[in-house]
Every structure is written in structure tokens, then in C-alpha cells.
Design a protein around this ligand. Structure first.
Ligand code: NAD
Length: 286
């Protein structure tokens, strides 16, 4: 949408999202563009609701004239059949994190993967993409896997605590990226000869502290990209730096996906550096 007149109503649908920085991030960037954007948290937990209420929420968002929505856990897959159209990325992943109202038609996008790629390239432009291990084949991992293949990763080795998920993701990627993905049973075997590691499990979050792999598997030949950003400084990032790895924290992906969503919501080019500074400032006050 053009977003040039009136007020833009946007929001985030998910569970347990009261701490989200997205409202402040989107509203402040809009203010810099002279736009009046209100960003509403629609928290299933505080409403005592579940993903079963999602069809009603999407129908209500159409009636209320929402210009755009972000979608997060546990609704990213469930929202797909409720939309009128999907971007090629969202269709390939079967998951949506951004919905845009285009003249009454709800179009689903996925800015998680492109947001990761944007942040990763900004942080480590010369990183060796020859052989990359992806730990975690869930929502974030699937989006990153697609983006990593688009970015030119030579071989993507996928590990998940639930092997079926790693197998399914590798099969789906190989249908699009001709044999570049392979599921591995454990991180030790996958990391042998690898040039980089993307960590995409929830391990390391404030409510789930620790590391999803042993620190002894890290070394200076690897770069490490983290998805967790609450806290921004995870045990994995500390261990990786101690082992001599170059690192990218989860905040770069969080900003990247927010930049993508802002541009889809408003049709304006976001000032990514300004949004990144704002994000870091907001994190520092937590
Ligand atoms: P998810 O539940 O969809 O997927 C997590 C996957 O990790 C599952 O497949 C699970 O089996 C696997 N797993 C869990 N522990 C493991 C372990 N020890 N070893 C191997 N595999 C393991 O979750 P998600 O939505 O993909 O989110 C994962 C993390 O990414 C969360 O912390 C979330 O907050 C974060 N995230 C960050 C951003 C960002 O912008 N930085 C965006 C989306 C998600």
C-alpha cells in the first residue's frame, strides 16, 4: 500500500508477545517518514485465546482495515490458508510472518529468511559459504535455510533434535536447490569441515538457557550466526568468540525482518541503520 495518507493500522498476532520491540520499532520508523502508524499487539496468551481463534482474528483484521500484520509463533503456518495470495518465498516455506492488505486482498510474505540474509551479509560480507551447518529445522531454521541457499551456500547440513524435521527440510530444499542440502544425525559429524554455523533452536533464550552443542566443537575456522536475541548475548556467542569465531547476533535478523516488514506495510524504504540503532537502544533498556 502507498501509506501516504491517513493512519496505518498494523499489528502482531502471536502468543506471549508482550515483550515485543516491534511496536516501538515500526511506529518510530513511520514517524520519521511522516506517517501515522499504530501497531497493535494481539497476544493470544493475554486474551486467553489459541491458534483456533486465528480465522476470526484474520476476518476481523480485514473488516477493521488493518494495513498489515506480523505473524509469529504459533500462527505462521496456520495463517497460510486464510490468505488470498502468497509471495514465492512464503509459498516455498509454507510459513508467513508478514501479511499486507493490498486493496482488500491479504498477501502473505516471509521476511525471516530475507531478514537473516540482509543482517548476515551486512555483518560478515566476506563469510565463506562453502559448507554451512544449520542447527534447528523449525520455523526460523526453515526460513534461513531457504535464504542461505538463495545466498549461494554450497552445502547446507541440517541437524535437528527431531531427525524427521531435518530430513523433511533437506528434501524440500533439494527439490528447489538441486542436492545442496543434507540432513545429519548430530552436530559433531555435521561440523566436520564446515565453514559456518547457523544456530536456529530456542536454546539460549532467557527461559531456556544453555547451548544446543558442545563448545569444544567450535573453532576459528567457523563463523557463527545466532538467531536468539532475548538475551542478545547468548552462551553460544560467548563460547564462539572465545573459540576465535566471527559472530553475528540474533538482533541483526530481528532488524532485517522488521526492515522488510516496514517496507511491505508502507511502501517506503526504511532507514535500516536508524532502525538498527533504535533496536539496540530498546534492547539496552531491558
Ligand atoms: P521452532 O520450535 O519452530 O523450531 C525449533 C527447532 O529446534 C525444532 O525443530 C526443534 O526440534 C529444534 N531443537 C530444539 N532444541 C534443539 C537442540 N538442542 N538441538 C537440535 N535441535 C533442537 O522455533 P522457531 O520459531 O524456529 O524459533 C527458534 C528460535 O529462533 C527462537 O529462539 C526464536 O525466538 C528465534 N527467532 C529469532 C528471530 C530473529 O529475528 N532473530 C526470528 C524468528 C525466530
Amino acid at each position: 500500500m502507498s501509506g501516504s495518507e491517513g493512519k496505518l493500522l498494523c499489528g502482531l498476532i502471536g502468543a506471549g508477545i508482550q515483550q515485543s520491540l516491534t511496536p516501538a520499532l515500526q511506529e518510530e520508523e513511520a514517524r520519521h517518514h511522516g506517517l501515522r502508524l499504530h501497531y497493535q499487539l494481539i497476544d493470544l496468551d493475554t486474551a486467553g485465546a489459541s491458534v483456533r481463534e486465528l480465522p476470526g482474528l484474520i476476518a476481523a483484521a480485514r473488516i477493521m482495515g488493518f494495513a498489515g500484520l506480523n505473524i509469529t509463533f504459533p500462527c505462521k503456518q496456520a495463517v497460510v490458508p486464510l490468505l488470498d495470495e502468497l509471495s514465492p518465498e512464503a509459498a516455498a516455506m509454507g510459513a508467513v510472518n508478514t501479511v499486507v492488505n493490498r486493496g482488500g486482498r491479504l498477501v502473505g510474505h516471509n521476511t525471516d529468511g530475507s531478514g537473516w540474509a540482509w543482517g548476515f551479509r551486512r555483518a560478515l560480507p566476506d563469510a565463506d559459504l562453502g559448507c554451512v551447518v544449520l542447527l534447528g529445522a523449525g520455523g526460523a531454521g526453515s526460513a534461513i535455510a531457504d535464504a542461505a541457499c538463495r545466498l549461494g551456500v554450497g552445502e547446507l547440513r541440517i541437524v535437528d533434535a527431531e531427525p524427521d524435521r531435518a530430513d523433511a527440510l533437506a528434501a524440500a530444499l533439494n527439490a528447489r536447490f538441486a542436492g545442496r542440502a543434507r540432513a545429519f544425525a548430530d552436530a559433531r559429524a555435521a561440523l566436520s569441515g564446515a565453514t559456518g554455523l547457523v544456530h536456529a533452536t530456542p536454546t539460549g533464550m532467557a527461559k531456556l538457557p544453555g547451548m544446543a552443542l558442545r563448545a569444544s566443537l567450535l573453532g576459528p575456522h567457523l563463523w557463527v550466526s545466532e538467531v536468539v536475541y532475548f538475551p542478545i548475548e547468548t552462551d553460544l556467542l560467548r563460547a564462539a568468540r572465545a573459540a576465535g569465531c566471527r559472530t553475528v547476533d540474533g538482533g541483526t535478523m530481528a532488524v532485517g525482518q522488521a526492515v522488510g516488514a516496514f517496507e511491505l506495510f508502507t511502501g517506503r524504504q526504511a532507514d535500516a541503520t536508524r532502525m538498527a540503532q533504535h533496536f539496540r537502544g530498546l534492547l539496552a533498556t531491558r
